[in-house]
Design a protein. Structure first.
Length: 409
């Protein structure tokens, strides 16, 4: 079962696919006032033309002021304006979901559903899950219930966002270092609260099948960039995704763990290494956040560190690629498949590294995969609201395809 509930000023938005969110009273009072209605989130044709059609349909629902917020210049300044923080419009471009009425928001979600992947628990579904996590975080913060998101994983069934047949991995307490402050600061303002309404969508450039343009979407713990040029996808990164709480149960008694597959793939990859290989893969530094997060465009390390995947067995190489796949699957399915073929062809020039611990259960446990193209990082941090539980930050980049290769850093 997937979650199928979405808050929007107390009105139920009936979706054509899985929804996200939480109780309506979690939303800020600034949301648009709307009457009861039914709106459908749909997927247009899974092609660049289909994404353009979805974008144009969304723009057609907006007034002139809303369009001015949504459609912006394709520039380095606009493209690189994103963050993992709940900092609202001050750190990201676009129109705020909470300021859209039910029809407009359904049309906006249709853009994302068309542009992003269909793999269960990934692509569009992961976006929904991360937005739902922010509503859950707001609820926990309001209750002041530190640690209330830390129940054990269920012994029967599979939580939403978790692939079946994989071991449990959530709810472990952080083993943080005294005096360290988490990187996600507390919210403070109308559009900076933890909320599924505080996510922003922008088109950088004009959606078309002839020119260059980009979808920029994000909020707290999420930054999605899909780049297009002359009718082709030219990039699906940077893609930042994090989550707090890492697992929770919603009012429908459905368990959620949006990054479970990412963590599990990395733990499985590291678990396949021999003791000697793990020693070679261990990095000399400690990491409490990802290196290539917001504001770090083009700052790839000059020298690759860790263990060369070229020295691994065929089975181990498959596990490296399987570990990368959940991030790449954020893109539409055809683009994800094409990127994975590229990364597979580069596997012998790809390096894996880790520091802290390999179980990814404690503060500063960290894993990196760095190839000629692919760059993936995953780090555990102490919780911000749920302070007796770690939370996750991750990033997917491409050395040459970030922002569709439109900018040189």
């Amino acid at each position: 079962m997937r979650d199928r509930w979405l808050p929007l000023a107390g009105v139920l938005l009936m979706l054509a696919s899985a929804g996200c969110g939480g109780p309506a009273d979690q939303e800020p009072s600034t949301e648009k006032s709307i009457s009861a209605a039914v709106a459908i989130v749909r997927s247009y044709e899974k092609s660049v033309a289909g994404v353009v059609q979805a974008a144009e349909a969304f723009l057609a629902t907006l007034d002139a002021d809303e369009k001015a917020l949504t459609q912006l210049e394709l520039s380095e300044a606009n493209a690189t304006l994103w963050s993992n923080l709940p900092c609202g419009s001050s750190c990201r471009p676009g129109i705020r979901f909470g300021d859209l009425d039910i029809e407009e928001q359904a049309a906006a979600r249709s853009v994302l559903k068309t542009a992003l992947g269909t793999r269960p628990g990934s692509g569009y579904e992961r976006v929904e899950q991360i937005m739902a996590a922010d509503d859950q975080l707001a609820l926990l913060q309001a209750r002041g219930a530190i640690g209330s998101a830390r129940p054990a994983m269920p012994t029967g069934g599979t939580p939403s966002g978790m692939p079946s047949g994989t071991p449990s991995g959530g709810g472990m307490p952080g083993g943080g270092q005294p005096g360290e402050m988490p990187s996600d600061g507390p919210p403070g303002g109308a559009d900076t609260a933890y909320s599924s309404g505080n996510y922003f969508l922008a088109f950088l450039g004009t959606p078309s099948t002839t020119g260059a343009w980009m979808i920029s979407f994000g909020g707290h713990h999420l930054a999605v960039h899909m780049s297009y040029k002359n009718g082709a996808v030219t990039g699906a990164s940077p893609y930042f995704v994090g989550v707090e709480p890492i697992t929770w149960t919603d009012p429908a008694n459905i368990r959620h763990a949006p990054l479970y597959d990412m963590r599990t793939g990395l733990v499985t990859m590291l678990g396949s290494l021999t003791e000697t290989e793990r020693g070679k893969a261990k990095l000399p530094k400690t990491f409490t956040d990802v290196l290539l997060g917001p504001g770090e465009d083009g700052e790839f390390p000059a020298k690759k560190e860790g263990l060369s995947a070229g020295s691994l067995t065929a089975g181990q190489k498959k596990l490296v690629l399987a570990a990368v796949a959940p991030w790449v699957a954020g893109a539409d399915d055809a683009t994800a498949a094409a990127l994975m073929k590229i990364y597979e062809s580069q596997i012998d020039q790809t390096y894996i590294g880790w520091s802290g611990g390999t179980s990814l259960t404690n503060h500063a446990d960290y894993v990196r995969i760095d190839g000629p193209g692919v760059w993936v990082e995953f780090v555990c941090q102490n919780g911000v609201v749920v302070q007796d539980q770690i939370h996750y930050h991750t990033i997917y980049r491409d050395h040459t395809r970030d922002y569709g290769g439109e900018f040189t850093f």
